[in-house]
Design a protein around this ligand. Structure first.
Ligand code: COA
Length: 160
């Protein structure tokens, strides 16, 4: 398994993985994945302090996007997410992706990392806690999928 930055050529596979995550419906707030063209545009628009790291075996089996906070006042905040194919889960790949993402965040002078995780996604919360993230807030009934509400937990990891 290798880890590298995603390129425009990866858009189709990433879109397929995200469609799988959206179809599972239990992990993420994402219920409709981007098309390959939309994913390509997203990759194209990433700035120098943003990246998607991908884990690759014979093809991409997981990804971890890092986005800069939406406003200039949040330029020190790196928001991330982690999405692996079902077969890739539970093998330490999430942690390896995170080592690359964290190095990228430190090199780009972010002060903290931040994630939003569905309250029902206990596995992801355990994963992020094992990486050092701490819970710092809760958005009540923030997600509604198929008529069922879910809270979202806010978790952060100081880098400096
Ligand atoms: C959540 C997810 C990213 C975790 O990645 P992973 O590769 O399966 O997790 P890893 O095997 O790398 O585990 C990394 C660490 O987290 C820990 N961990 C994983 N699940 C855990 C749990 N339920 N409780 C406690 N710790 C857990 C592991 O013990 C491991 O710690 P260690 O290295 O000290 O042993 C992955 O399973 C996934 O993509 N799930 C579906 C999509 C999703 O839920 N994404 C999160 C959206 S915010």
């Amino acid at each position: 398994m290798t880890i590298r930055r995603a390129t425009l050529e990866d858009a189709e596979v990433i879109a397929r993985i995200m469609a799988g995550i959206a179809a599972e419906r239990v992990h993420s707030a994402v219920t409709t994945a981007w098309t390959a063209a939309e994913q390509r545009t997203y990759i194209e628009r990433l700035n120098a302090r943003e990246a998607i790291h991908v884990a690759v075996e014979s093809e991409i089996i997981g990804l971890q996007p890092l986005e800069k906070g939406a406003f200039e006042s949040m330029a020190h905040v790196a928001q991330i997410g982690t999405f692996l194919t079902p077969a890739a889960r539970g093998r330490g790949i999430g942690r390896q992706l995170f080592e690359h993402t964290r190095s990228f965040a430190v090199a780009n002078h972010y002060a903290k990392m931040f994630i939003q995780v569905r309250a029902s996604n206990l596995h992801a919360q355990g994963f992020y806690k094992s990486l050092g993230f701490i819970e710092c807030g809760r958005l009540r009934k923030h997600v509604c999928i198929d008529g069922v509400f879910d809270d979202e937990l806010l978790m952060e990891l100081p880098l400096q």
